[in-house]
Design a protein around this ligand. Structure first.
Ligand code: SF4
Length: 399
C-alpha cells in the first residue's frame, strides 16, 4: 500500500447542507419553487404522487438516481447511475416529460441525450453537485491557457468525468476529449493516451476533471502510473499552483476537485470497520481518496457494488464506501439473504444536494406537469449541447 500520497482533500468551499434544509446561495441556483410546495407532513403525499403520475401516464418518465431517498425512489420508473438514466430516458421517446430525481449535471446530460421534443425537469433546482461546481467554464478555460503557455496544450487530451457541468463537457468535446464514467474511466484514459499525431505516446498528457481521486486511482491502479506522474492543478492558485516544468513532466494533470461525500472516507474508517467486523470485505467507490482505495478489498462504481453484492454468498460481510441512501437500501435488500452490509463510516454521509429532492418537491413537480405547467425545466443551449454531445459520443465509441 502506498503511503506517499498526501491527504489532498481540502474542505469544500461550499457549505454542506443538512438533509436538504436551508440554502447556500453560493452553490445553488437560488430558485424558489413557484406555487405551493406541499408540506412534508401532508399525510396524502404518497397518494397525491400516485394520482399525479397516473394522470400523466406514459407522458412522464421518472428517473431515480441510486443516491436518492427511498420516498423518491418509490416513484422512479427506473433507477441507476447518471449515464444509465440519461440513456434510459433517450430510449423512451414517447415520454414528453423526463423528471430527473438526481442533481443538476445529470438533468443536463439527460437533456443533451434526449430529443428536442422531450423536456427534462429537476424537482428542486437547488440540487446541484459540489464536485461539478468545483470546475467552472472560466476556470477550465484559464487552465487551458496555462497549459498553452507551458507548451503542453497540444499534447494534452481532456477527459471529463460524467459528474461535470454541460459547459465542461462541451469544453472537452471542443478540445478533442471524451467523457468517462466511474465504470469506463480506464478505457477512456487508454483512449486519450493513444490520441495525437506525433506518435510519441510518452509525451501525451491527460487533463482529468473535475474529480482528482477518480483520475489518480485510475491512472495508478489501472494504467500502472506512479503517483509522481500525477500533478494537481489548483484553479484557485496562479498557474494552477504548478510550474511549467511540473506540467511538462506530468502525465496526468488532475483537477483539484472531489466529491464531498466519498472524500470523507478515511483510512481510519477502513481500520475501524475491520476491527469491528472481523472478516469484512471493504468495497469502495473510486471517488474515494487513493489511500482508502488502496486499503480496500475491492473498488468499483455503484453498478459494480450492486453486482458484487448480488453475487456475494450468504453469510458474507460487506462494508461499503459510497452514499448512505444506497448503502441502507442495499443493507435492507440483502439482509433476507443473510448478507451483512454496513456503511463504511460511523458518521452520517448523505449527499446533501441529492437529498434536496424529496417527496414534497416530487409531488409539486408531478402535479404541476399534470396541470399543464412545466416547472424547473433544464435546458442546455444548442452550442453547448453540440460539443458536449460530441464528447459523449466519443465515450460511447470507446472500445
Ligand atoms: S455524491 Fe458527490 S458526486 Fe454525487 S452528487 Fe453528491 S457531491 Fe456530487
Amino acid at each position: 500500500m502506498s503511503t506517499a500520497q498526501p491527504l489532498d482533500v481540502q474542505p469544500t468551499p461550499l457549505a454542506l447542507l443538512l438533509l436538504g434544509r436551508e440554502a447556500d446561495p453560493r452553490s445553488e441556483r437560488g430558485v424558489e419553487c413557484p406555487g405551493d410546495l406541499p408540506s412534508p407532513s401532508d399525510p396524502d403525499l404518497v397518494e397525491r404522487a400516485r394520482a399525479a403520475k397516473a394522470r400523466l401516464g406514459d407522458r412522464v418518465f421518472v428517473l431515480g438516481h441510486h443516491y436518492q431517498r427511498d420516498e423518491v425512489i418509490e416513484f422512479a420508473d427506473v433507477t441507476g447511475d447518471s449515464f444509465k438514466l440519461a440513456r434510459d430516458a433517450a430510449a423512451r421517446p414517447e415520454a414528453e416529460y423526463i423528471v430527473f430525481c438526481g442533481v443538476h449535471f445529470m438533468a443536463e446530460s439527460a437533456d443533451i441525450l434526449t430529443s428536442a421534443a422531450q423536456q427534462v425537469v429537476l424537482p428542486d433546482l437547488a440540487a446541484g453537485c459540489s464536485m461539478a461546481d468545483m470546475a467552472t467554464a472560466e476556470q477550465v478555460a484559464e487552465c487551458w491557457d496555462v497549459l498553452t503557455d507551458a507548451g503542453v496544450a497540444d499534447a494534452t487530451v481532456p477527459v471529463a468525468y460524467m459528474n461535470s457541468s454541460a459547459d465542461i463537457k462541451a469544453f472537452t468535446g471542443r478540445h478533442g476529449g471524451t467523457i468517462c464514467t466511474s465504470s469506463n474511466a480506464r478505457r477512456a484514459l487508454e483512449w486519450a493516451f493513444e490520441q495525437g499525431d506525433d506518435g510519441d505516446a510518452n509525451g501525451r498528457k491527460v487533463l482529468f476533471l473535475p474529480d482528482q481521486h477518480l483520475g489518480r486511482n485510475t491512472a495508478v491502479r489501472d494504467l500502472g502510473m506512479s503517483l509522481d506522474d500525477c500533478v494537481v492543478y489548483n484553479p484557485h492558485k496562479p498557474g494552477g499552483g504548478l510550474t511549467p516544468q511540473q506540467l511538462r513532466d506530468a502525465r496526468m494533470i488532475l483537477w483539484r476537485g472531489h466529491c464531498s461525500v466519498h472524500g470523507r472516507f478515511s483510512l481510519d474508517s477502513v481500520r475501524d470497520v475491520r476491527e469491528r467486523i472481523p472478516g469484512v470485505n471493504v468495497l469502495v467507490h473510486p471517488e474515494c481518496r487513493h489511500e482508502v482505495v488502496e486499503a480496500a478489498d475491492e473498488v468499483g462504481s455503484t453498478e459494480y457494488i450492486i453486482r458484487a453484492l448480488d453475487a456475494a454468498p450468504a453469510g458474507s460481510k460487506w462494508a461499503i464506501g459510497t452514499e448512505l441512501n444506497l448503502v441502507r437500501r442495499l443493507a435492507n435488500r440483502y439482509a433476507d439473504e443473510g448478507k451483512e452490509v454496513v456503511f463504511l463510516d460511523r458518521t452520517v454521509c448523505f449527499c446533501s444536494t441529492m437529498n434536496r429532492i424529496d417527496l414534497p418537491h416530487l409531488v409539486w413537480t408531478l402535479e404541476s406537469l399534470a396541470d399543464g405547467t412545466v416547472v424547473n425545466r433544464i435546458e442546455v443551449d444548442e452550442e453547448t449541447e453540440r460539443y458536449a454531445r460530441l464528447a459523449l459520443e466519443r465515450m460511447l465509441a470507446l472500445p
